[in-house]
Design a protein around this ligand. Structure first.
Ligand code: SAM
Length: 290
């Protein structure tokens, strides 16, 4: 069935019919541009063999496009006022299930296992920006079986996810995302493609999940603690960041010896290290964990 939403007129019509008022706290900015919607669907490579998990369907605009392309769509929406609207706008599609829940409280691994027999799903969403990072890191860290994540996020966040060492946007988020997936920015999207318009620029980013991790590390948790500690104090040297971190308890000597064994000078800064180097640093320090 051809989508009926995706342009400003039809969106306004639906909003008026249900007397819907936007809730700021839920990060509601609905897409009103068919080109952007086509681009998202196309770059997510959806086929009828796919199950798609959509986070925050809103009035069901992108859901219609997804339902047309995918075998099955599960859409998780927190706002109960949108549920009757979704029943209406999705009534012509028999392959959509709407769940009225907070996505951060759902067991998405269990859901994917039940609904798709443990086969990896594709996540596609125009995300609520106030919880972009917890949603994406939750998918990775809870080992939800996911093939790819194609999402609209704040442009600045997309840049942080994609960038590498030495860049001003490089940080803990870049490393966390790149440990689990290969990021690719598909398009930049201006505020006028949404209703209401967000105050920031947006971008569509596709994260293709690694079949195998790009680096081997003995203690993942320690590596991410080290990564966070070295970016916590940006203007400090790596050695100082690690010595002063509340979450780590290595001595000055242990930290300095590890940095030296890594082949780096005492004044090296965390933001110059690659994922491989953080993994090695973690392995060098892990014997000294108390
Ligand atoms: N997909 C729609 C579109 O593109 O027009 C709406 C996108 S809007 C940016 C984000 C949507 O996520 C809203 O519908 C909002 O109510 C929903 N949302 C916000 N927080 C949520 C949460 N914790 N769990 C599930 N949905 C949430």
């Amino acid at each position: 069935k051809e989508p009926t939403l995706g342009n400003p007129q039809n969106t306004i019509e639906v909003l008026q019919k249900y007397n819907f008022s936007f809730q700021k706290k839920f990060g509601q900015n609905f897409l009103i541009d068919t080109h952007v919607l086509d681009k998202i669907i196309q770059s997510a490579n959806i086929t009828e063999n796919d199950m798609v998990l959509e986070i925050g369907p809103g009035i069901g605009t992108m859901t219609q496009y997804l339902a047309q392309a995918a075998g099955k769509v599960i859409a998780v929406e927190i706002d109960k006022n949108l549920i009757p609207i979704l029943e209406d706008t999705l009534s012509g599609y028999d392959n959509v299930r709407v769940i009225n829940e907070d996505v951060l409280k759902l067991d998405l691994k269990k859901l994917a296992d039940e609904e798709n027999n443990g086969k990896p799903v594709k996540v596609v969403a125009n995300l609520p920006y106030y919880i972009t990072t917890p949603i994406i890191m939750g998918l990775f860290e809870n080992e939800v079986p996911v093939e790819s994540i194609t999402v609209m996020v704040q442009k600045e966040v997309a840049d942080r996810m994609q960038t590498g060492p030495g860049n001003k946007d490089y940080g803990a988020l870049s490393l966390a995302v790149q440990y689990y997936a290969d990021p690719y920015i598909v398009a930049n999207v201006p505020p006028n493609c949404f209703m209401p318009r967000p105050k920031v620029g947006s971008a569509v980013i596709r994260l293709t999940c690694h079949q195998e991790k790009p680096v081997q590390v003995q203690d993942e948790k320690l590596m991410f603690n080290i990564i966070r500690a070295s970016f916590n104090q940006r203007r400090k040297t790596l050695a100082n960041g690690l010595k002063n971190a509340a979450t780590l308890d290595f001595t000055k000597e242990e930290v300095e010896a590890a940095i030296d064994a890594l082949g780096k000078g005492a004044s090296v800064r965390g933001e110059t290290l690659t994922l491989e180097e953080f993994a090695r640093l973690s392995d060098l320090l892990s014997p000294y964990k108390k």
